[in-house]
Write a new protein. Structure first.
Length: 236
């Protein structure tokens, strides 16, 4: 059974977009995963196909209506079996552990918000999990949904060419990935570190681990702190 992603959006023509090329696109064409882009406006009931209204209590912009969104969610394929996600800047930051968990299931249902946001009642009533891809605001949730799906699809069985590739990437062991090099051995006066040409796999592994730790401490000290807290809890 293939992994199925259902995306609820006001702009279904945005999909598959970049998900239709490279690894994700090939896997989509081969049936490793399936994508349904559902137009939320199809679940509006008035002749204008309205999906939003003014915010209760006043304020700028518009808010997506709970009744319209609920109908879209309830009609989504496998909506009751898959995690229901809402791409939102106020959500829990997406992590590689989340990605692996989603990839281990049979699919996800993703709601792409627009305007000022989504009526809180539908988030509560339909058990939506809010997910963020970063501390910034996009025009809508579609691009964020593509980011999440790209991260998930590449972990599905058979999608990546080398089975070991995913195990040596950033975040897999709580560290950023070590620096990578390839031919030519020297370029513009810069040489590949000699240890990588030594043929000593043990030394190479130690060097890569050391470099990963150096990079992580310099660029993402929060990951080091998080790992330290986890180690502390595991010893309790």
């Amino acid at each position: 059974m293939s992994f199925r992603a259902t995306v609820l959006t006001l702009y279904p023509d945005m999909f598959p977009g970049p998900l239709g090329v490279s690894l994700a696109g090939r896997a989509l064409a081969e049936g490793t995963w399936a994508l349904d882009a559902v137009d939320i406006r199809d679940f509006a009931t008035d002749r204008h196909r309205s999906v939003d209204d003014t915010p209760a209590g006043g304020g700028p912009g518009m808010v997506m209506r709970a009744d319209v969104l609920a109908r879209a969610i309830d009609a989504a394929p496998a909506a009751t079996d898959h995690p229901r996600l809402l791409m939102s800047p106020r959500g829990k930051p997406l992590t590689q552990d989340d990605v692996k968990r989603y990839a281990g299931g049979s699919g996800v249902t993703i709601l792409c918000g627009r305007f000022e946001g989504v009526d809180e009642r539908v988030i509560e009533a339909r058990g939506l999990t809010e997910v963020s891809i970063g501390d910034y605001v996009l025009s809508g949730g579609e691009i964020a949904a593509m980011v999440l799906l790209d991260a998930v699809v590449r972990l599905l069985p058979g999608v990546m060419g080398a089975a070991d590739s995913a195990h040596e990437e950033s975040f897999e062991d709580g560290l950023l990935e070590y620096p990578q090099y390839t031919r030519p051995a020297e370029w513009e006066g810069r040489s590949i570190p000699p240890v990588l040409l030594s043929g000593d796999h043990g030394k190479v592994a130690r060097w890569r681990r050391e470099q990963a730790e150096v990079l992580t401490r310099a660029r993402r000290p929060d990951l080091i702190e998080r790992a330290s807290r986890s180690d502390g809890r595991s010893r309790d």
